[in-house]
Structures are given as C-alpha cells and as structure tokens.
Ligand binder design. Sequence first.
Ligand code: SF4
Length: 228
Amino acid sequence: MSSVKVNQHEQEKKRIEQVLKMLAMHYPQVKTGLVYDNSFQLLVATVLSAQTTDQQVNKITARLFEALPTAYEMARRKPSDLEPYLKRVGLYRHKASYLVEASKIIVEQHGGRVPDQFAELIKLPGVGRKTANIIISSAYGQPALAVDTHVFRVSRRLGLADGKNVDAVEEQLKMVIPQDQWIASHHRLIAHGRTLCQARNPQCKNCFLNEWCFLILERGNDEWPLKN
Ligand code: SF4
C-alpha cells in the first residue's frame, strides 16, 4: 500500500473511532425499548415490532403476555385467538400465524426454551437475521449486531458501512466496530436514528457528529438540514 493510502486508511480509522466514542458518550445507557421478562417474550415483541413502534408493541404485549405468557400457552392457540390482541400492529394476521407456529417449534423441538443458536433461531417462522441477532445478543449476551432500518440508515450516513442491503451492512459493521461494542453500538445507532438522524429530517446542524459524519464531509454543510 502506498504511503498516501496508508495515511488515508489511518485517518478513516481514527474518524470511525471518534464516531463510536461520541456515540458512546451521548448514549451511555442504551437498551431495547421493548418490555419483556424472558427470551420468549423478547422474541414475540421483536417479531411484532417490524413496522411498529416499541411503544405500540409494549401496549399490545402487556395484554398479550398476561393471557399467554409462555410458548406453551401460545402453542396451544390458533392464530385467530391471537389476532384480537395484535390488531394494532402491521401485518397482524401474518404475525399471529408466525407466533403460533414458532411457539409450536419451540415447545416441540426445544423444550419450551427459545434456542440460543443463530442457525436454529432463523428456522423459526417470522424470525430473520435481525430478530435472531437481537435474541442472541439481548437475551443470551452473545456478540451480535442486528441491523434494523435505523442502524442501516445511520451507519451508511456516518460512513461506517456502505453496503446496499442489511446483510452487507452487518458484515461491514462487524469489521469496523470492536466485538465488545457490537451490542451497545446497535442500540446507540438506533437511539441516534430516533433522535437526531431521522430518516426524513436529520438534524445535521445540531448533530454532535456533524464534524465526523461521512455525508457531511462528502457533501459539505452548506444546506441544513441535510437532504437525503
Ligand atoms: S450529521 Fe446528519 S446525517 Fe450525519 S449523523 Fe448527524 S444527523 Fe445523521
């Protein structure tokens, strides 16, 4: 590698370190906004959270978990039994069906316990990479980095990744973020996406990262707020 490229690489490494440091300073205590008591309830809440706010999911699960707190109870029901609880979430019929089917597999194949292996989790209906990563990190404390819509958007704007899909971004983030920061970084990028780096109206002028943000460095800050 030429010395110019080595220098650019070093500068980029420092920029990313600074971004991660600033995120940690501004969002020191971060965790999921979903309310749950165990890994099964986290799985249910995460499946329901697709295209729905955490607050809305929490309202729904408060009633749902009171009636059906474990995989055993849910596995015995028909999807139509769950639908009255889920009516306020998007795609509720699909989600009701996924949850009943997933509960049956958890009971029949895993003794009622949500598996802690990524490969087993993604076999469950309604569970993709994002949900599986959330379960193994938040419920079982294993290093994982779930990429949701906020993590995808914010990490690309910040220049932590440039992948065109969530799988590519996940792989890139795992290369630039130290493993012991994966779980916290997931929550910090979500917190930043909800507060300042929103999809339609990012608050670039007031953002504590605007000195280090890839998009600002690339486009300049003549126009605030940044237009997508
Ligand atoms: S400067 Fe703008 S685009 Fe960059 S992280 Fe902040 S809000 Fe997002």
